[in-house]
Ligand binder design. Sequence first.
Ligand SMILES: Cc1cc2nc3c(=O)[nH]c(=O)nc-3n(C[C@H](O)[C@H](O)[C@H](O)COP(=O)(O)OP(=O)(O)OC[C@H]3O[C@@H](n4cnc5c(N)ncnc54)[C@H](O)[C@@H]3O)c2cc1C
Length: 318
Amino acid sequence: MYDVVVVGAGIEGSATAYNLAKNGQKTLLLEQFPLPHSRGSSHGQSRITRVEYGEDDHYAVMMKEGGKLWLSLERESGTSLLVNCGCLSVSKQGNSYMKATISSLSRNGIKYDILTPGDLRDRYPMLSLPPDYVGVFDYSGGVLRADKALRAFQTVLILVLYWKEKKDGEFSAGRFPAFRNIRENGGVYALPSLEYPGHAKVCYHDGPETDPDSRDMADTGRILSTMKSYVREHLPSLQDPPSIVEPCMYTNTPDKQFILDHHPIHRNIIIGAGFSGHGFKLAPVVGKILSELAMDKTPSYDLTPCRIDRFSSTKARM
Ligand SMILES: Cc1cc2nc3c(=O)[nH]c(=O)nc-3n(C[C@H](O)[C@H](O)[C@H](O)COP(=O)(O)OP(=O)(O)OC[C@H]3O[C@@H](n4cnc5c(N)ncnc54)[C@H](O)[C@@H]3O)c2cc1C
């Protein structure tokens, strides 16, 4: 018998199980594939992180805690997870995304630099940008070491469960499937250490719709040629044939906001989904929120933008 069963050991499920275990919940973390795997959304060596979130201030507020929680996971796991290198955004002058970025940085009191086309040329000679491009450098941004972060959550989860087992004798490796699953697949302790590479990652966030059960059929040829020509044009110091090609998938909601809510009919089922290509950086907070919902506690954040009934299709079924 478990207090909570978490389905899916991606970054969000692992962060949720970690929070539940730390809150003394008997937790089972179920994953369909052997760990680690590259068939979901949480693999790879890096993810962008930043506090600034355009017009979506509720995520900026969450990210202020998110940064602290990543640092605490670093301490608990003894692993460096966060590279605090800042984040540069570039676009045509007057672009609405850029305006929203600058306004969010100001509203949230985050240090930033506005860069003219000349500044961009001086500071980033490796970039080849159109002459009317401007930039904003966000000092809160950086890179999360994604694979290591996922492993860190799972490792600390195991250690918490170990500790609990030793303390009150309720758990044993033989009787606790979550523990066994993670260990059996050799994913957590037996991983070779992946050092953060110095090479560039170029990401294309606009692939075709894919059935997760037949993702290997996805045609990546067109995307690859688009990316190669992007690299030739804007990153001329790189060679355009990639050294590693990694197709990834993620789930988008129509409004690109997360779903963090109880199931509309079965209240004992909690849904964390639709992270719409920006959920990694927020995983420590998402894990905290989902664990609070699972424990029937008042969530730490206003979850109105993440409610499942904002979609008419879910309303109709209630
Ligand atoms: C290429 C790429 C770049 C990205 N860049 C960024 C970025 O820079 N910054 C950022 O913040 N975010 C970024 N994201 C988004 C972020 O990585 C995702 O939002 C996040 O990884 C989602 O995690 P998840 O746990 O919800 O999903 P997943 O990692 O897919 O985990 C879900 C898990 O559930 C398992 N599962 C599914 N069904 C079942 C079942 N029935 N039984 C058991 N297990 C099941 C799956 O196998 C999978 O392991 C990026 C995503 C991609 C793909």
